[in-house]
Design a protein around this ligand. Structure first.
Ligand code: PGA
Length: 265
């Protein structure tokens, strides 16, 4: 794992956006895995700025989001479809037909899950998957206890997730109880995983995901099994990392050597 510790939230967004932009420059037909929540917003703002400033072209890029609340339609104000349009899609020259999220209003969850997995496969797989991190160690809506071999399916949300997401809905009672989400294995199939976390509330989950045992109790810990993971955190989210000095040293070494662009971590 490559662990990048940045000074603040803004830098986390900038570094993440630069990694996504470099991928799109390398391959204009890239497949990007995207995430919702508060964490990726800084990255999306910076990606929009790069698009405007440098004219980075997204017309052939394909996107697949991690998840969607189950039981709500794409035009629901709190759906992740709506979130992505508001935070990113409307500002880039993406083709709407190339932007995919699972449908929360599908009548058959198994058929919808299979359709979503097939879509990712047919696109050639995901080049970079952007990930936020739940305080309980979830990635996507893979709550603690999720099989590390899981694929897209409907999952019940953990109490802590409902409480954390109540801010978007106004009250915990209004948060849907389940979501359709890529599985842990679907995420691990991406060629590069980019995990972002900011703020002291994520410090415990980051330490468990990066330095704890690989366990279904912390689904993000499965990323330790992936050969190309970049973790970008601010100082607060890095507060409980035991190997902090090593990560800083390794990052300095990368900057000073030609390995900076090396994909293997
Ligand atoms: P947040 O959520 O970015 O809103 O903190 C992250 C997550 O739950 O995956």
């Amino acid at each position: 794992m490559r662990v990048v510790i940045e000074a603040n939230v803004q830098r986390v967004g900038e570094v993440a956006a630069e990694i996504l932009a470099a991928q799109v420059r390398r391959d204009p037909r890239s497949v990007l895995g995207l995430a919702t929540g508060g964490t990726p917003c800084g990255c999306y703002r910076e990606l929009i700025a790069i698009h405007r400033r440098d004219g980075l072209d997204f017309s052939q890029v394909r996107t697949f989001n991690l998840d969607e609340y189950w039981g709500i339609s794409p035009d629901h104000p709190q759906s992740y479809h709506t979130f992505m349009r508001a935070e990113l899609f409307q500002y880039l020259n993406l083709c709407p037909a190339n932007c995919h999220l699972p449908r929360g209003d599908a009548s058959d969850s198994i058929a919808e899950s299979e359709r979503y997995e097939r879509g990712i496969r047919d696109a050639g797989g995901i080049d970079i998957q952007l990930l936020g991190l739940g305080r309980n160690g979830h990635i996507g809506f893979n709550e603690p206890g999720s099989s590390l071999a899981s694929r897209t399916r409907v999952k019940h949300l953990a109490r802590q997730t409902i409480d954390d997401n109540a801010r978007f809905f106004g009250a915990p009672e209004l948060v849907p109880r389940s979501a359709i989400t890529m599985g842990v294995q679907t995420i691990l199939d991406a060629r590069h995983c980019l995990l972002l976390a900011t703020g002291i509330s994520k410090a415990g989950a980051i330490a468990a995901a990066v330095e704890g045992p690989v366990t279904a109790a912390i689904p993000a810990s499965a990323l330790q099994l992936h050969p190309q993971v970049t973790v970008i955190v601010d100082e607060d989210a890095a507060a409980e990392l035991r190997n902090r000095e090593y990560y800083l040293l390794a990052e300095q070494g990368r900057r000073e050597s030609s390995e900076y662009e090396s994909p293997q971590h």
